[in-house]
Design a protein around this ligand. Structure first.
Ligand code: MF3
Ligand code: CO
Length: 260
């Protein structure tokens, strides 16, 4: 069952989303060669709690930390650890928070120092795929419309999309209906309606789409071919005025963001 949100509830989710967006930027500032993902997780968790939020990944089905930190060939669900990030890595920070009972979800793939052009292009195309998908988040469209444009954009650029994991409804809980796959066919799937809030999150591989989940920890999801992957995610509300993107990358990407 898809739970619709009122305009007032969407304003509360926007507050949660703003704190989450500020959090990703705050943690992102510390990304450089020589830092560990455990350190990034700890400052991020502190920032969330200092601002009245609750990190929802921590303890979710036994997940141990506030952030998923996914380096290079890790697609999603990387567990923070004591390895040093190094020049040329890419690292995705993925986080879900609750603020005053309202839940938002966002992810961003950062570069560590300078990365090679092929990785830069992967990140660019994945982010483009996210925004092309978000453009489809309009009442009257269907989930398959989002899925198809994401898949098309990635595949026409020579990349593949993960099949096993998808976006989802969000707002009152981390995972709500509907599922929002990153592959599919226009005109199929659940109808999008005003008041729906969803997380759109392309997970894109430079090589083949096949993944494997670590036997060692049961979480870390890697590309089978060992090639890099990227992941960008926004929480978006479907409104009478079209897509209303509640999380933002502006705090990460704009130098003069103090006034946002
Ligand atoms: N943020 C991820 C998502 O998009 C989920 C995190 S999995 C968890 O659904 F276990 F870490 F919570
Ligand atoms: Co999500």
């Amino acid at each position: 069952m898809i739970v619709l949100k009122t305009k007032e509830e969407i304003e509360f989710i926007r507050e949660s989303a703003k704190l989450l967006s500020r959090t990703l930027a705050e943690v992102g500032k510390h990304i450089r060669p020589g830092v560990t993902t455990r350190f990034l997780d700890s400052i991020g968790e502190q920032f969330i709690r200092d601002n009245g939020g609750i990190p929802l990944c921590k303890g979710y089905e036994g997940f141990p930390s506030a952030f998923c930190t996914s380096v290079n060939d890790v697609v999603v669900h990387g567990i923070p650890n004591d390895d040093f990030l190094k020049e040329g890595d890419n690292v995705t920070l993925d986080c879900v928070i609750d603020l005053n009972g309202y839940v938002s979800d966002s992810a961003y793939t950062f570069v560590v120092g300078c990365v090679n052009e092929s990785v830069q292009r992967l990140l660019k195309v994945t982010k483009e795929a996210l925004f092309i998908g978000l453009d489809q988040c309009k009442a009257g469209n269907r989930v398959g419309d989002i899925s198809q444009v994401i898949q098309m954009h990635c595949e026409k650029n020579g990349y593949s999309v993960v099949r096993e994991l998808c976006g989802h409804g969000v707002g009152f809980k981390m995972h709500e209906s509907p599922n929002v796959p990153n592959f599919g066919v226009r005109g199929t799937g659940p109808l999008l309606k005003e008041g729906m809030v969803i997380a759109v999150e392309p997970m894109v591989c430079m090589g083949s789409k096949n993944i494997k989940i670590s036997d060692a920890d049961g979480w870390t999801c890697r590309t089978k071919d060992g090639k890099p992957a990227a992941h960008f995610e926004h929480t978006v509300a479907i409104t009478e005025n079209g897509p209303d993107i509640l999380t933002t990358f502006d705090f990460i990407e704009n130098e003069n963001n103090e006034t946002l």
